[in-house]
Design a protein around this ligand. Structure first.
Ligand code: SF4
Length: 319
């Protein structure tokens, strides 16, 4: 068995924090119209400061403008331009911006090596609680995104949010649905298991997901999901080194994007690469960087994106 744990050296660009949904556990959003969008010139300045630092992935993580809003087109073009900018400066973009139309997804495929959308939980009962004011969280809409990504041959990252009012049976239903889609399209490269971790901005008063339950959730996911889907856990939400090791022993082999700030959970700073290596390596785990797209998907991408990947892969090998 290989003893390798991976992570993606990443930086998160936020085009806008405005979001028309109001998930009650959210620590990210501001009201529509209350946020100035990230200017391209500012993004360029930020990205240039990361050239040559080892950062590879630019996660474009955005709040959502309503699909029927007259501002939707400008929002989408802004996302596209940020991806194009990141790509032109030698980074690999990965966009997560909520549900997209087929046309939007098709265009973003041109400038993203992979994309993502959390399924979170499929149980409809959450539409009466944490997602009561979040039309984007209708389960069928999110499953359709995974399906479209499969049809369009977009390598995809999804995941579950744990501890927002669901049961273990609900986890299993959600995992089985992801497994079925992957068996059909083969496009799910990673599944994130994200424990609910309360922050200072959210309205939900639910407690933190009990950390000791995480290894069990991982073992269930490992059992249900096909073996070519990598399981990812966010190390900043797992405070205890022993628990992190238990999660890895249970089948999680990726720690996701390690970046200066976790925009989704801003109250939980990311540990450094060095501090994680100090936990993993004494236990015999090799801790290695990876790209935001897995090798089995390289040939799904355009020649331009493949060239960008090979350039970065060569640079990593030479460093
Ligand atoms: S969790 Fe995402 S979709 Fe929900 S309100 Fe926050 S930014 Fe919007």
């Amino acid at each position: 068995m290989s003893r390798i744990v991976t992570y993606s050296p990443a930086y998160t660009l936020v085009p806008t924090y405005e979001c028309f949904n109001r998930c009650s556990y959210c620590n990210f959003r501001v009201d529509p119209g209350r946020d100035s969008w990230l200017a391209i010139a500012q993004a360029k300045k930020i990205l240039k400061s990361f050239q040559g630092t080892g950062i590879v992935e630019i996660l474009i993580l955005s709040g959502e403008v309503h699909p029927q809003s007259p501002r939707r087109k400008a929002w989408f073009e802004h996302l596209y331009d940020l991806c194009e900018l990141a790509l032109s400066l030698g980074f690999l973009p990965h966009t997560n911006a909520g549900p997209l139309s087929w046309e939007e997804m098709t265009r973003l495929k041109q400038v993203n090596v992979s994309m993502g959308l959390m399924v979170e939980q499929l149980t409809p009962k959450l539409l009466e609680t944490v997602h009561r004011h979040a039309p984007s969280k209708v389960p069928s809409l999110r499953l359709q995104q995974l399906e479209w990504a499969g049809e369009l041959k977009i390598p995809f990252t999804t995941g579950l949010l744990l501890g927002i009012g669901e049961t273990v049976a609900d986890w299993k239903d959600t995992l089985r649905a992801i497994a079925r889609l992957h068996q059909r399209w083969g496009n799910i490269q990673e599944v994130i298991l994200q424990p609910h971790s309360p922050g200072t901005q959210q309205s939900l008063s639910a407690p933190v997901f009990p950390p000791e339950k995480l290894p069990r959730a991982i073992a269930i996911a490992r059992d249900i999901l096909p073996s070519d889907i990598t399981l990812q856990i966010p190390p900043n939400l797992i405070a205890q080194p022993n628990l992190l090791l238990d999660c890895i022993a249970a089948g999680a082999t990726d720690l996701g994007g390690i970046s200066p700030k976790d925009e989704v959970n801003p109250n939980y700073p990311h540990p450094t690469f060095q501090s994680l290596a100090q936990i993993l390596e004494p236990e015999g785990w090799q801790f290695r960087p990876r790209l935001p797209v897995y090798p089995q998907y390289y040939n799904w991408l355009s020649p331009r994106l493949q060239e960008a990947i090979h350039k970065i892969a060569r640079a990593i090998l030479l460093s």
